[in-house]
Write a protein that binds this ligand. Sequence first.
Ligand code: FES
Length: 948
Amino acid sequence: MGFEPQPDFGTPASLSAETVALTIDGQPVTAPAGTSVMRAAAELGTTIPRLCATDSVESFGSCRLCLVEIEGRGGTPASCTTPVEQGMVVHTQTPLLQKLRKGVMELYISDHPLDCLTCSANGDCELQDQAGAVGLRDVRFGQEGATHLGEVKDLSNPYFDFDPSKCIACSRCVRACDEVQGTFALTMADRGFASKISAGTAADNFLSSECVSCGACVQACPTATLQERTVVEIGTPDRSIVTTCAYCGVGCAFRAEMRGEQLVRMVPWKDGKANRGHSCVKGRFAWGYANHAERILSPMIRETIDQPWREVTWNEAFTHAAAEIARIQEKYGRHAVGGITSSRCTNEETFLVQKLVRAGFGNNNVDTCARVCHSPTGYGLKTTFGTSAGTQDFDSVMASDVVLIIGANPTDGHPVFASRLKRRLRQGARLIVIDPRRTDIVRSPHVEADFHLPLRPGTNVAVLTAMAHVIVTEGLADEAFVRARCDWEEYRHWADFVALPCNSPEALAPVTGVTPVTLRAAARLFATGGNGSIYYGLGVTEHSQGSSTVMAIANLAMATGNIGRPGVGVNPLRGQNNVQGACDMGSFPHELSGYRHISDAAARNMFEAEWGVSIDPEPGLRIPNMLDAACDGTFKALYIQGEDILQSDPNTKHVAAGLAAMECVIVHDLFLNETANYAHIFLPGSTFLEKNGTFTNAERRIQPVRKVMTPLSGLEDWEVTQGLANAMGLGWSYGHPAEIMEEIARLTPTFANVSFARLDVLGSMQWPATAAAPDGTPVMHVDSFVRGKGKFVVTDYIPTDEKTGPRYPLLLTTGRILSQYNVGAQTRRTANVIWHEEDRLEIHPADAEDRGLKEGDWARLASRSGETTLRVMVTDRVAPGVVYTTFHHPATQANVVTSEYSDWATNCPEYKVTAVQVSPSNGPTDWQEDYSAFTAHSRRIASEEPAE
Ligand code: FES
């Protein structure tokens, strides 16, 4: 019978294309050379008892349970570590093997708590299963002698317990941490009987160790040694539903394991093509916000924002909202209202919000949070390649020889992809990192970047131009690729530009701060090192030259021939779970779904015919324009689904002023977020666990989101938007999100072949999914670019207007941390706060000393826009002159400080470059203290107030 090697995780490193034929228990089988006897047997349906082997990690051969007999060989080798050989004759079930396995198991059990019936893993324990499999019924040895039964539990981690008394020292957890996660936090300390799992050498427990709580060790553990606390509390699951994570743009697939109506645990799905069975601390553990006491479950309204909220029925809320929108449009005109779609909501929900705006509000005033993150990706890649999306799938990185990461921190922002990347780097791929900070990927266990270019914030374009200068002037460009695939004249024009002496690494060094010799070496490596891939994040897009940087990246990829096959490409690492989908679904004011311009009459006609309305051919307002117009008195109502613009958008004071100037702000969310302080109508949202739909990840992969529990508020988010639409008289009648996807597919050529039924069969699909590629497209631009010829665009370096000077001598750049997500609305309401309970300001030791600041001191962070205070972390991860903070906590509100400068093409804010001063402080500023009082006042709910 044939053999299908498993992709990636679990594939033996030595697997080859050559096959060998052998016999197992009298049955013939062929398998690739390098396959283990155990795996070949599994292909025949023969299960050999095992404990230390699992298909997610390389075999280790320590438990001795998987013994087999091989004719012509002495002894009983372990089948998990013995490779198949031509003509081998294997026996897996003989009296000798049964006796040996029973003896091995008896020794394990004699040093194991004998409380199977009361153990929390009862029914979910491989040791228990294997004891049954080898026929062990009685243990002859007592437990009076030396055992591990008295070992003390480690309960330090908020999500899982470590009970060493149940450990069988199989080291699956250690290998999972090394091979799957790539953190190398766990070790097997001591030897023989004294062997024990240790979370690092210096650490006392899991919490204080290097462990990142990804849970790979828990998943790998065959006993209850490492176990989710929810299993202890709720019990073992009795059913599961496959769904997609609602955190970052990696899009991990999970089995949501339930007991009755209660979610017990999230287990990464091995067949998930984005995550291949792995996860991070957020996806696996941080879902407790779904049941948090602060969830708002009833619709609420109030006339003015200083009144307490009043709970109302859904009908009353819809009727009131529709009446308010009608009143405002009557008084101020059709364009005085708009909507914001959410990158956390499903494609179907997002599609309905933009439809509500276009078909119901009668304008194109719809925008999305991609405005403040990846809108330059859309512009830059559409211009150069013809499609507003990344070119590869995540598997592609396993074929990369040189990886260039610019403006991304994958170990914190996209940790599951980072684990894949680190795996490839451990196999020998080379690494170039362009980032002002020394992020963890620059140096971590068994991974070290070949080059780290710690550029000055705001100089991405200059660095990429200097790299292009080296490639062009040293004759390293792939001119054959360029001639075949790109516009040659535009290439020549671009090449002449980058070759100018003013664009050399030496000429630009005073601007970029990057040592020319390092930059030259990095450029040579990228151009000549084999398959070169580029991964980038918000450190590229959130600049005044964000779109230029994306195009400079595309230029570099085309000039070196790194487009159109596995291992290469341009890959934006998307921030939120469905930011790609929100953009795909027509959330921008100038584009219909599938990135067709609103002025395109043919595209507009499709929607007009389907929806029975006429669509405004003029682009609507972007988020910053809506806020400006509100301050000017011409924009009066906003429906915001699943976004917290007060905290996420730049220049908080301006956002607050815009919101305060509106007459009707409708917030549709899980919690009374910071934006809701300015809201008049609150519509409760549903979590990803409470609804059906799809998310699209950074690979363009459309994946099912499946309802695992009833919405606590009674409605899924798409039903809320439909309720509002129908109160406005639109007459929508969707019965299920599958029907919304059918409409999306009818109206969006790149989604033509997508349906819930096909997703159920295929698991996921990467758009474009068309007649030419019915199951989707893993790698784009294979034979030609979507736009035809690849377009080179000259990207002049233009310094940002945000300048340092005597008053503001430092540059602030912002980012995120592993345990928190975006504005923290979800993760702050989970035990993840144990790792990051406040935003801190990273500052170089020299800058800290100049200001008399020590680790943990309060500091005032001030810019031209505003000021805040937070504690400092003194670290040389940042260069002198650069400070860094996260934006997860409303108590700090880093965006009070960020400026209104933005990308020239898309208005994406320049979060990554703000001139600031840092000085000692005694604690929170007046506004911070006033803000908490304002928030408490604004969140009052009449039904919860004491009667007069
Ligand atoms: Fe082979 Fe443990 S499963 S030695």
